[in-house]
Design a protein around this ligand. Sequence first.
Ligand code: AMP
Ligand code: MG
Length: 370
Amino acid sequence: MEVNFQIYHYWRSECAMRGEKMKAWVAKMTEEQLDQEAIRKAGEILKSGGLAAFPTETVYGLGGNAFDAEASQKIYAAKGRPSDNPLIVHIARMEDLEVVARNIPDNARTLAKACWPGPLTMILEKTEAVPKETTGGLNTVAVRFPSNRIAQALILAAGGFVAAPSANTSGRPSPTTAEHVIEDLGDSIDCILDGGMVEIGLESTIVDFTEGTPMILRPGSLNRERLEEILGTVRTDPGLLAQETHTRPKAPGMRYKHYAPNADLTIVEGAEQAVVEKIRALAAKQLACGAKVGIICTDETRQEYPQGDVKSIGARSDEASIARHLYGILREFDGDHVDIIYSEAFDTPKMGQAIMNRLLKAAGHKRIEV
Ligand code: AMP
Ligand code: MG
C-alpha cells in the first residue's frame, strides 16, 4: 500500500475526534530499496511518543523512543506485556552504546565488534539516560545493534535509540512477517514498516555481562560455540535449563509462558524412523477420537504422514529454514483450530539449541522420547 501521509494524518485526527480505533498505516519496502519518506514519517512518530513496528533480521520489533518513559508504557500496554519484563534498546551506531551503558567490560566491547550489527543483545549497567520504565525497573539495560537496514534507518530517523520488544501480543509467537504484526497489533499502534519475511526468525541471543563470566540468558542463532570462540568461557543461565524449579531464569521474559499455540503441543524425540512411527500412531489414535490433529515435520519426512493437518517446517538439511518457519507454523495452527499438535524434534547442529528452547517452551516442556 502506498501511503499518502497528508491524507493519513487527516484521517487519524478525524478518527481521534470520533473516538474510533485507528488502524496502523503500512509501508512496504526492501532493504535494498528503502522507502525514505515512510521511514522519515515513522521516525517522526517515534520522536513524538508514538509506536512503530519494524523488521529486524531476527523478528519484527515494536518500537518506541527508548528515552521516553510514556512510550515504553505504551509498548507494554499495546502488547499486554507485564511491565517488569524489560525492553531491548536498539541502536544503529556503535558509539551510541556509550550513551545507554556504562562500565562496559572489555570482553563486551570485543563481542560487539565481532557480532554487531547482528542478532546479539548484551546486558550491561545502564546510564541515567535510560528511564526505569524501559528497563522494567532494573539498573541494567539490554542493548542491540540490528543488521537489518530498514531497522537501522528507522532507528536513526527516530534519534538513535529505539526500545523494542517483539511486535506480538504477549504470549503469542513472535512475528516473522508484517501480516503477523497486523494480526496482533494493527489496531493499537501507529505504523508498520513491512520488509517482508525476516531472515532468522528467532529472537536475538542475549548475553549478560553484569555478573563476571558472560552468561547466555537466551539462546539464539549466534550460538554458544561461536560465543566461546570470541570470549573464551561462557556460562548458560541455569534457569534456562531448569523446567519447573526454583531456579528462575535471569531474563524476566524467559520466565513467562511464551510462544504458546492454542493447541496442546507435544514433541517426539528420537531416531527419525521411530519418531515418524510414534507420531503416526499418536495421530491415528487422536483422529479416531474425533480430534483435529496437527503435525510438524520436515521436507524429508512429509510423505510419511498420510493423515492430519501436516505442515513441513523446512528441510532438516537446511536448519536456517526450520528456524525461519517455526513461529509462522505455530500461528498457522492457531488459525486452523487444531486440538493437538505433534512435532518432531529439531536438534540441528548450529541452531538446534535455540530452536528447541522455543519449541519446548511452546510445548510447556511436554516431550516423549522413543
Ligand atoms: P523481546 O524483545 O520481546 O524478546 O524481549 C526482550 C527480552 O530481553 C526479554 O526476554 C527480557 O526479559 C530480556 N531483557 C531485557 N532487558 C533485560 C535486562 N536488563 N536483564 C535481563 N534480561 C533483559
Ligand atoms: Mg518477545
